[in-house]
Ligand binder design. Sequence first.
Ligand code: SF4
Length: 331
Amino acid sequence: MNNFSYFRATSVQDAVQRASSDREAMFIAGGTNLVDRMKAFLDEPSQLIDISRLQMQRIEPIAGGGLRIGGLVSNTAVADHPDIRRNYPMLSRAILSGASQQIRNVASVGGNILQRTRCPYYYDTAFPCNKREPGSGCPAATGINRMHAILGASNQCVAVHPSDMAVAMAALDAMVEVEGAKGKRQIPFTDFHRLPGDTPQQDTNLEPGEMITAVVLPPLPFAQSGVYLKLRDRASYSFALVSVAAAIELAGDRIKDVRLAMGGVAHKPWRPTEAEQFLIGKPADAATFQQAAEMALQGAKPLTHNSFKVELAKRAIKRSLAVSAKGGGVA
Ligand code: SF4
């Protein structure tokens, strides 16, 4: 670990001004991913700007419905909040399916969104890695790539985003509130993370020095029937091979509206929007769900060791849609 200075911010403006004037500075809140990366020499900040005591720790209703979740609310507090459990159960279940209770107690919402891939080559500095050192190569593309992407990858990087929470937020059409030296703005959740393309070192569309101050969940009444299905190698403390967040609104036996997002398959939470459009107006039955699943995976390009993810993802989509169509619960 390198030498760095430590600064405890007393306001958001204070923190973003400091971060904007020093491109090597980094924000720290819970530190559950950043400290690991620093210990592995992946991040070597000049200074850590501690934002953990800033006033961004509330979950509050917003005018017209929906909730505003402060960027420093712990993962546990989000998952346990009664309004989230009742109105956005896929978000609560997604969070509870990730990490451990101890980590969720200190991990912040902003930090969860900003966590980086768990590609083992990225963490092992004995290997080259385009995300760590642009232009050095991607050993995962031809190496052990069982956990890697099947959608949206590039020849520069085949990593997946590790967050469960982010998959649910993408499905719920959340907005990310950020603040930087130029002021405040909102970014649709589905535009927040990037596909790797030629710049795999950039995970998000944040500008330098910008901080996540909140996530806004819009009102979505049928999200009460939402589900989160995570398929993984062991039942706890394991990243998703494939996950699906789904919610269906029915009008009689037909689908009136739907939200669908996938995790463990791409560099960002993946919204199969064509499949969503296809579902609207169709009967909520197994044949429709099968067709939607085929459509969601039609662009999949599996690697040497992860072709199983294609069929796994299709089955996860079918099951998630079927459970949500019956009112939700555990998928
Ligand atoms: Fe690095 Fe991405 Fe390749 Fe992993 S998949 S080794 S993170 S470039």
